[in-house]
Design a protein around this ligand. Structure first.
Ligand code: SER
Ligand code: ZN
Length: 605
């Protein structure tokens, strides 16, 4: 816990060609009134000009500056005002962190630890404060001056300069601060929220690119509507700005009401953009917009919790893209990405849990594990709770934590408590690295008319984690009869304990088995004939699945499975088997011939 909290931060930027002067005025209060401890501020490559406490310039012996910190040895033990002036050089900042110049425009990137390159600050996400930002700059070079929140004042200054004063009414961590100044033009539109407020939307680019922002604007409005409809989440300010810049480290950044994007994720014209480009723009515009609630209104207590906002927001953008296009196609592409990039990470020297235990440089932890596997973890809550249970969990999460900096456990607890759910050892998904391997053996007993699935699981060792506990793996399962139709499921025994699958008169065709042990058996009763199982429907858990399904079972699933993802998956597994068979035929000098069943199945469509 920090010893000091910041209530308000008033920033002033005097943007210049050689240097920029940053003045900050912070209302500080100690965590424990009456207790003075050293106040340690982060700072990186800053030139300190002056530091004042309650209006008085500090003497040299009252503070210490190093290349990374400014330390006040004994600040007041009750509320005080801290004023710091620093000098920075955005023109020569090539790190693309902090304040830098890109193609003639000033621009910021503060996540994760860039704010400390702007001014001395407690640069950590649990320090949430209300900001104002006054920007002064040459009017002809930088006609547009943007920061977070609402524009409350603007005007001309002497010497061809002008200023703008921005006020963000919401508390935020420093990583969400943003400033943009330059020659930009905007595509303007409006969105009327569910409660009837009109929000002005602006997408800023160099003037020649404005025609290429139509799809980005469409995507933004669609995202705003979707978040209202699906999660009841309304935008909370009267203005929303997006800026596209050509030099940007990350794909895009969710700064409060001033999202900054790499141009390639905003600009598209029908002459040059592919369908993939359009889909990426929709997804990333959605992603950054959705952060307004999952990341900004509720943020991370520390950077170990990054997946709290990123896993959740990737999940939200995946769902948004699914609802706007084809759910199955989107799921196939997300799972393919997970398998191609995250599985190798989980199996290699960089393997780390969704919530890492340590980091050397935070920037290195913006990984496919934190983002993509993190999104799979969020998806599993939804698979276990259903849409309405998941929504209840989200509602409780916001009710409890709006305006706070919280942890992955807080999210877990909201999901659990809103549903009275038993999540067993689910939290291991945050702490154990490695992709679990799940094996299934199937058997049918015609005498007892029962069908059994025997699971065994293993999580491979990863660096620093030689021995693993069994995980809680939700396995969505359906059973197909010999005509290819889903069999209505009624009861299943889990290690001998009876569970009713259908709680209403509605027939149930997919049930989620809770695999929590190293070895576990599930037995379906009332099954009239040997079924073909559709396992891990919708790819319900990020695991490697091995089953004893035969080629003919796979052909059957490819033709009939009502789960689109698993139909595709059956085709993949089958094609791999057939190709490996050909390899072995070749090695044995057997003439090569593709299994004719494959052509028959494909021709059927
Ligand atoms: N927070 C940013 C994002 O996820 C950084 O990449 O979009
Ligand atoms: Zn994000």
């Amino acid at each position: 816990m920090p010893d000091y909290y910041f209530e308000t931060v008033d920033l002033k930027f005097e943007l210049g060609e050689d240097k920029t002067i940053v003045s900050s005025k912070i209302a500080v209060h100690p965590r424990v009134e009456g207790v003075s401890s050293p106040l340690v501020l982060n700072g990186h490559d800053l030139k300190l000009v002056s530091v004042k406490v309650d209006g008085n310039e500090l003497k040299k012996e009252d503070y210490h500056v190093s290349s990374r910190h400014l330390t006040l040895s004994s600040p007041p033990s009750s509320t005080f005002t801290l004023e710091i002036v620093t000098e920075i050089y955005p023109q020569s900042n090539t790190s693309l962190e902090g304040l830098y110049k890109s193609s003639g425009n000033f621009c910021t990137q503060c996540e994760a630890e860039g704010f400390r390159k702007i001014t001395f600050y407690q640069d950590r996400p649990d320090i949430m404060a209300k900001y104002t930002c006054r920007i002064e700059a040459d009017k002809s070079l930088y006609p547009v001056l943007l920061s977070n929140g609402n524009l409350i004042e603007e005007g001309d200054l002497q010497g061809g300069k002008h200023y703008a004063l921005w006020e963000d009414p919401f508390k935020k961590p420093s990583y969400l601060f943003a400033l943009v100044a330059g020659q930009l033009e905007s595509r303007d539109d409006t969105f009327v929220t569910c409660s009837g407020r009109t929000v002005v939307l602006r997408i800023w680019t160099p003037s020649q690119d404005v025609p290429k922002t139509a799809h980005a604007m469409y995507s933004l409005k669609a995202a705003m509507k979707w978040d209202e409809e699906v999660f009841g989440l309304e935008y909370d300010l009267d203005l929303f700005n997006i800026v596209a810049v050509p030099d940007f480290n990350m794909g895009a950044m969710e700064n409060k009401s001033l999202n900054i994007f790499n141009s390639k994720l905003v600009l598209a014209s029908p002459e040059t953009a592919t369908d993939m480009d359009y889909a990426a723009i929709l997804g990333v515009i959605g992603h950054e917009y959705f952060h307004n609630w999952t990341g900004n209104r509720v943020t991370c207590r520390d950077w170990f919790q990054l997946s709290l906002k990123e896993g959740l927001t990737v999940f939200r953008d995946q769902e948004f893209s699914s609802d706007m296009g084809s759910r199955t196609v989107k799921r196939i592409s997300d799972v393919s990405k997970l398998r191609s990039y995250q599985f190798p990470q989980d199996a290699g020297p960089m393997a780390h849990p969704v919530r890492p235990h340590s980091y050397i440089k935070m920037d290195n932890f913006y990984t496919v594990t934190v983002y993509e596997k993190g999104a799979e973890v969020v998806r599993m809550y939804k698979t276990l709770l259903g849409s309405s249970g998941f929504r209840k969990g989200m509602d409780l999460y916001f009710k409890r934590h709006d305006g706070q900096a919280v942890t992955c456990e807080d999210f877990f607890a909201a999901m659990r408590d809103a549903n009275g759910a038993d999540f067993a050892n689910f939290l291991l998904w945050y702490s154990q690295a490695g992709t679990p391997r799940l094996k299934v053996t199937t058997s049918y007993n015609p005498e007892t008319r029962t069908y059994s699935l025997k699971f065994s699981q293993e999580v491979p060792p990863t660096p620093g984690q030689p021995v693993k506990e069994p995980m809680f793996i939700p396995v969505a399962v359906g059973l197909l009869d010999s005509s290819g139709k889903d069999i209505p499921l009624t009861t299943v025994y889990n290690d001998g304990r009876l569970q009713t699958v259908a709680s209403t008169d509605e027939p149930v065709f997919t049930t989620v088995l809770r695999v929590t042990k190293k070895e576990e058996e599930f037995v379906f009763s009332d099954i009239a004939e040997r079924p073909v199982p559709s396992l891990l429907r919708g790819y319900s858990a990020p695991v490697r699945l091995d089953s004893d399904l035969t080629e003919s079972d796979l052909f059957f699933l490819l033709a009939h499975d009502s789960d689109g993802f698993n139909r595709w998956e059956a085709g993949q597994v089958l094609a791999r088997k057939l190709m490996l068979n050909l390899v072995s035929d070749y090695q044995k000098n057997i003439p090569l011939a593709l299994n004719p069943m494959l052509w028959m199945e494909l021709e059927a469509y």
